[in-house]
Design a protein around this ligand. Sequence first.
Ligand SMILES: [Cu+2]
Length: 264
Amino acid sequence: MRLGFTQARLAAALVLAIVAAVSGCAASASTSASQSPSVREGSPLQEPQQLVSHNGFLQVRLVVERRRVQVADRTLWALTYNGRYMPPTLRIRPGDRVELAMENRLGQYTNLHVHGLHVSPSGNSDNIFSFAPTVDLSRAAVAARRTLVFSENSAGTRFFINGKQFDMNRVDFRSKLNTVEEWTVRNDSNEEHSFHVHVNHFQLMSINGKPHQGHGLQDTASVPAKGQFVIRIRFNTFVGKTVLHCHILNHEDAGMMAVLEIVK
Ligand SMILES: [Cu+2]
């Protein structure tokens, strides 16, 4: 993750406020043993680490991971930032530039939210929706590429995939188990169709040539009228015959369905 700021609109110091919920009290005043024998006086309260810009520039690398830490003389498994329970404070001046790279070692998705900075909600900036697909097929080796053309007759009464109406006794596409394929789904008609494939979810890569930032795998996607999209699909776990089709029921019933067989 990399955030760039050329115009910091703050007065003096900026605080990177990644809120860490402090579990249990930090340093309590000494209490008599009879009231709470498990609480001892802890270390003095410590300020978070400060990372300070120099010559108008601050480069920060934040490693986020679950680690064992000492808090108030207790051992905790906690979410940490660069090995510390409290995240650092960033000190920069108006107009400074910050480059912040976050490495996520949590084994689950997270994002970085900052207080005191004017940051875009797009892309991988301060974007709560920026979860990557659970599986990212963008760098996968592609075993086969196919084009699936959705079309219909001018009356809108018969619907086709690659010029054919559905026939359950015909196999239209044969794909190999444990491979990734890239399919271009093209819509030659004047209305949108709802592409749907059974068994394996797919990653939507682009729509009408424009790269798509996916929020996860999906099993249905709209293909625009006179447009197209590109998906990548991995055939996991199961072999056998299944179908892909338009999810508009009368299109499907009028032929817009095809047989996909997944083979070893
Ligand atoms: Cu349709």
